[in-house]
Design a protein around this ligand. Structure first.
Ligand code: PMP
Length: 395
């Protein structure tokens, strides 16, 4: 009568979640006096709250019963047209039908993992790479193999070797203003990546949430636009860093069969991305000059990046190195080998400044002397003040 049997344990894949020490330390950065360089958030004060509110107003008054209803899994045709036009304008000819709207590009990663990976399959990633992509592949039961990188991104010689040895199904890359390093892969290496994928038969996921935040230099063509890789590259994009992350709007552009499989997987996951959010974004893109706003955002980010680079030069201990990005939001720092950025984080937070330790971004053994700093979220004075606080801790 009174016997109670515990329910079964969670699936083994739930143990994929990690990094609790860092999560606990970063939870303390909500205090207003903390200058946090840890977040991956775009600058709040640069979001076009007024324009976005007007877009929601418009679609809710013009077509309330369309935008408050269920809609198709593929996504709002107007939004897909607007995104396709932006891709085409940047030398990647695209039609609305080439795109699947996703609930942020994070969902596109989950869809690709579902559609392409059996448990035990091998995925290659840059070392280091985007943390939540590692989590996504871990949930899929994939074997994640890191490929070495240098200050220009993935090492294509090492890639060729590792592909031949490991027979991966998928290569995941953030080629432009990478998270966490800020590095951009040059065209020659993109060509080499495309050639390797073509010769060895693998899928490429080209994740590009930051590419439109360029503040120096010229756009480098997407891998998806190179002939060798066109039939096997999925380009992931997002409005998170260029319009609003809270709207949760992204997309994937993929060859037809793969796009179809992702569409069915999405149907099982969430039926479709929010109708009203898609409609508001489509209206916004039609009515506003997003490129003009991006020019303002990028120039603010350039100033913040340069201020941080200047301040770091005085603050970091001798022997440190750091990246000099041409866009995006992140600078990657490598302290001298005796430093441990995870161990130092609680001290930093106690001194009202925060960063993200770099080690969790590595698929293999992480380098404890690395850390990621975002320059996007604070103005120049706060950046200088925050870096001065860091200097006291690192010295
Ligand atoms: N990919 C990369 C490389 C990212 O840095 C992020 C967010 N920080 C994402 C994907 C997910 O972005 P979202 O789901 O907001 O589009």
């Amino acid at each position: 009568m009174n016997t109670r049997t515990a329910p079964p344990p969670f699936a083994a894949r739930t143990s994929a979640a990690g990094g609790s020490v860092i999560r606990e330390a970063l939870a303390l950065t909500a205090r207003p006096e903390v200058i946090s360089f840890a977040g991956g958030l775009p600058a709040s004060e640069l979001l076009d709250a007024e324009g976005i509110r007007a877009a929601y107003d418009h679609v809710l008054s013009e077509a309330p019963y369309r935008v408050l209803q269920y809609s198709t899994t593929e996504g709002d045709p107007r939004l897909r047209e607007a995104v396709a036009a932006r891709l085409s304008a940047r030398q990647l000819p695209s039609r609305a039908d080439d795109l699947l709207v996703t609930t942020g590009s994070q969902q596109a990663l989950a869809l690709l993992a579902t559609v392409l990976l059996e448990p035990g399959d091998t995925v290659l990633v840059e070392d280091p790479t985007y943390l939540a992509a590692l989590q996504c592949f871990a949930y899929a039961g994939a074997r994640v193999v890191p490929v070495p990188t240098d200050d220009q991104g993935i090492d294509v010689g090492a890639l060729a070797r590792i592909v031949a040895e490991e027979r991966p199904r998928l290569l995941y890359l953030v080629p432009t203003f990478q998270n966490p390093t800020g590095h951009t892969l040059p065209l020659e290496r993109r060509r080499a990546v495309a050639r390797i994928a073509a010769e060895q038969g693998l899928w490429i996921a080209e994740d590009d949430p930051y590419g439109e935040l360029r503040f120096r230099g010229e756009q480098v063509p997407w891998i998806a636009s190179l002939d060798d890789a066109a039939d096997r590259t999925v380009l992931l994009g997002s409005l998170s860093k260029i319009l609003s992350p809270g709207m949760r709007l992204g997309w994937l552009r993929a060859p037809a069969a793969l796009r179809g499989a992702c569409t069915l997987a999405k149907q099982a996951l969430d039926l479709h991305t929010s109708t009203v959010d898609q409609a508001a974004a489509a209206h916004y893109l039609r009515e506003h000059d997003l490129d003009a706003r991006l020019a303002l955002t990028s120039s603010a980010y350039r100033e913040r990046c340069d201020v941080m680079l200047g301040a770091l030069a005085h603050a970091l201990p001798p022997g440190s190195t750091w990246s000099r990005p041409d866009g995006g939001m992140f600078i990657w720092v490598r302290l001298p080998a005796r430093y441990d950025a995870i161990a130092l984080l609680p001290t930093a937070v106690a001194h009202d400044v925060a960063y993200v330790p770099g080690a969790p971004f590595f698929a293999g053994r992480g380098d404890p002397a690395t850390l990621r700093m975002s320059f996007a979220g604070h103005g120049p004075e706060q950046i200088e003040q925050g870096v001065r606080r860091l200097a006291r801790i690192f010295r």
